[in-house]
Ligand binder design. Structure first.
Ligand SMILES: NC(=O)c1ccc[n+]([C@@H]2O[C@H](COP(=O)([O-])OP(=O)(O)OC[C@H]3O[C@@H](n4cnc5c(N)ncnc54)[C@H](OP(=O)(O)O)[C@@H]3O)[C@@H](O)[C@H]2O)c1
Length: 213
């Protein structure tokens, strides 16, 4: 795409990932932190980032763990298992910033509008994830709690126990220093976004928790 656009005036917005980081920082990553991927996925996404940065009108958006309508994801796997009374495993040693696809899409829209208005870019890379972060275990427990299901539906597990084919960063929670100066806001917290999504996707019924209302 970079080659095809070379002679055009178009902007290219590339969706990258929090997995460009190795997870060893011990604090949330902002746009100024140096990437250091530990998987093939992370390395190829970073390689694509460099190509996009080599294009004068290239912009990079990094979300973290996505959840939202239209495609199976960790949040829906947990929700559907819990509603069916089935136990799911969730990593207690992997932390990310859950990112609601509708919030990510809306923010990308605002970024593109800012570009179209000629507002000065504060960066070529933007972290676009709901604010805050948590382990997969905490995320799964919150899903189950909001749906009013039994906490026993979520079983903690460590990544090493599952012999994953690819390494994942232990903590790739994202924060942003570049986004608010450009669009005047940050995203809402992941917990607010999750509550909004579950209310939309699994409409409140008698058995649902009071916290969903
Ligand atoms: N999932 C996450 O938690 C997460 C976290 C951080 C960043 N990201 C990034 O966010 C983006 C979306 O993630 P995702 O998990 O939804 O990815 P995905 O499941 O791989 O889907 C990405 C989309 O790209 C399309 N696609 C894949 N390969 C293609 C190809 N060779 N040619 C044309 N279209 C192709 C897919 O089409 P089909 O629908 O036809 O398969 C799908 O619409 C990716 O760039 C990913 O790196 C994801």
């Amino acid at each position: 795409m970079v080659e095809a656009l070379r002679t055009s005036a178009c902007w290219l917005v590339y969706v990258s990932t929090d997995y460009v980081f190795d997870g060893r920082k011990g604090a949330p990553y902002d746009e100024q932190d140096a990437p250091h991927p530990i998987s093939v996925y992370g390395r190829t996404k970073l390689e694509a980032e460099y190509r996009v940065l080599g294009y004068p009108r290239g912009l990079i958006v990094r979300p973290s763990t996505l959840f939202g309508p239209g495609r199976m994801n960790f949040c829906d796997r947990v929700a559907q298992a819990a509603l069916a009374g089935i136990t799911v495993e969730a990593f207690e040693d992997q932390a990310t910033s859950p990112s609601f696809t509708e919030d990510v899409a809306e923010t990308m829209h605002d970024l593109i509008v800012a570009l179209a208005k000629g507002r000065p870019l504060t960066s070529r890379i933007y972290h676009v994830a709901n604010t805050g972060g948590c382990t997969r275990l905490a995320f799964a427990r919150r899903v189950v709690e909001l749906l009013g299901c039994s906490p026993r539906c979520v079983r903690p597990v460590r990544m090493a126990a599952l012999k994953l084919p690819a390494r994942r960063p232990t903590s790739s929670i994202l924060t942003t220093v570049a986004l608010p100066p450009l669009i005047g806001r940050n995203l809402r917290s992941w917990e607010d976004a999750l509550r909004g999504y579950l209310r939309q996707r699994y409409p409140v019924q008698g058995h649902m928790a009071e916290s969903m209302r």
